[in-house]
Design a protein around this ligand. Structure first.
Ligand code: ADP
Ligand code: GN1
Ligand code: MG
Length: 374
């Protein structure tokens, strides 16, 4: 945690009118540090300041360039269509005095600032079908608006981010090193990971790679990365650090991972992890409402594979980090990453057991959208 003095100094480096009333640590992300800056004046803007995790995002200039490219593209789309408010529906970065959209302080930490969108909120756990439906609409629309962006223009700021082969290699590397001697305590989890490995290769297969278009996607569609307004309507997709090329099923799967689960991502009591099917139906409906305009049949077929892959990949990443000594994800207690791993593997088992049913819902909702010609 930074000192408030240091943060005030950082804030002064950005071109904003913030007369600070209060400053509070904000959000529940696992990577960056986020602070909410409340303006003294009710009419003035509030801001969000973020310390970028430079260990993970090694090239902050490229990371920022990605964000600018994506937010400009989205704002332009809204302006062209006249359908929406670019200020409210797309995040806006604030330039620093240097003109760059980030600032490096004397300690070598990187910071960025954006407008805080008033009267919005995000949810770690989805509460209602309306929220799920609106979340689906938001992420589907986000993909739709980026679907004409040329893949390849966005920097790959974290290489092989959703490449399961590489993630399993990283796990094997951690196992070989076993720096902290944790291996003997994770045998059951490793067995489950190995059992599913072969079935998780769908997006690695040349046959799929030929028919599935690479697109600019969000890559971190946890439900708390969409802001809903005071009426729980979709307003803005946030947390654009990981926007990179990938398959649309990754975003669908990662969203479902957090929406369908009745418990938190790190639930210790595995019996509390259940599938909330009405929320799945609602998200899928909302998603196709906005994604039907661009998504191909092959992509629709692949969505269920994303639903299984993303909790699996997340479990592999949490387990790797646990074995490595918790170097990547923030942890709140010893064994946190292992607890997260167990929760994700439990979720995966339930999703796998119900995958035919989920596939039926996907096909039904897509057919409905096509019939109603949207
Ligand atoms: P992290 O990488 O830590 O997840 P986020 O960019 O998702 O960081 O921000 C953390 C939280 O701050 C979000 O879940 C959301 O509640 C809130 N937030 C982020 N950006 C904005 C914004 N522009 N306006 C209002 N709230 C925001
Ligand atoms: C991290 O920062 P946050 O919490 O939005 C991670 C995602 C994971 C997620 C799991 C850059 O996202 O990939 O899915 O935790 N971000 C990065 O909750 O690794
Ligand atoms: Mg976030």
């Amino acid at each position: 945690m930074q000192s408030v003095k240091n943060i005030a100094e950082v804030i002064s480096q950005f071109r904003c009118d913030a007369a600070i009333d209060s400053l509070e640590a904000y959000g529940s992300g696992h990577i960056n540090d986020t602070y909410f800056i409340k303006n003294i004046s009710e009419r003035g803007s509030d801001y969000l300041l973020q310390r970028i995790n430079h260990q993970i995002f090694k090239d902050v200039a490229q990371l920022t360039e990605n964000m600018i490219m994506v937010t400009c593209h989205l704002k332009q789309k809204l302006m062209d269509s006249g359908d929406g408010d670019p200020e409210k529906e797309v995040m806006t970065l604030i330039p620093a005095e240097s003109g760059k959209y980030y600032y490096k302080d004397s300690q070598g930490d990187y910071w960025r600032m954006c407008y805080f969108l008033k009267n919005t909120r995000s949810y770690d756990l989805v509460e209602t079908e309306k929220q799920a439906f609106e979340g689906g609409k938001a992420f589907g629309r986000f993909q739709a608006m980026l679907s004409d962006m040329t893949p390849g223009v966005i920097h790959e700021v974290i290489p092989d981010f959703h490449n399961i082969e590489k993630r399993l290699e990283q796990l094997n590397e951690a196992i070989r090193e076993d720096r902290l001697g944790r291996l003997t305590t994770v045998e059951a989890e490793l067995e489950t990971v190995r059992k599913y490995a072969a079935s998780m290769r769908y997006f690695q297969e040349p046959a799929q790679q030929q028919i599935l278009p690479r697109r600019v996607i969000h890559n971190d569609t946890k439900f708390n990365n969409v802001l809903l307004n005071e009426h729980d309507e979709a307003q803005c997709v946030i947390d654009l650090d990981t926007v990179m090329d990938g398959y649309v099923a990754f975003d669908f799967g990662d969203a479902i991972r957090t929406i369908i689960n009745t418990a938190e991502e790190d639930e210790a009591d595995l019996s509390k992890i259940q599938l909330n099917l009405p929320l799945f139906n609602a998200y899928t409906q909302g998603y196709f409402k906005t994604a039907a305009s661009f998504i191909t049949d092959a992509e629709v077929q692949s969505l269920i594979k994303g639903v299984l892959l993303l909790p699996y990949m997340q479990a592999v990443r949490f387990l790797t980090d646990h074995i490595n000594g918790d170097q990547y994800f923030k942890v709140r207690f010893g064994g946190h990453n292992l607890q997260r791993t167990r929760a994700q593997l439990q979720l995966l088992k339930l999703l796998d057991a119900n995958s035919d049913l989920l596939q039926t819902v996907i096909a039904r909702e897509m057919a409905y959208q096509r019939q109603h010609n949207v």
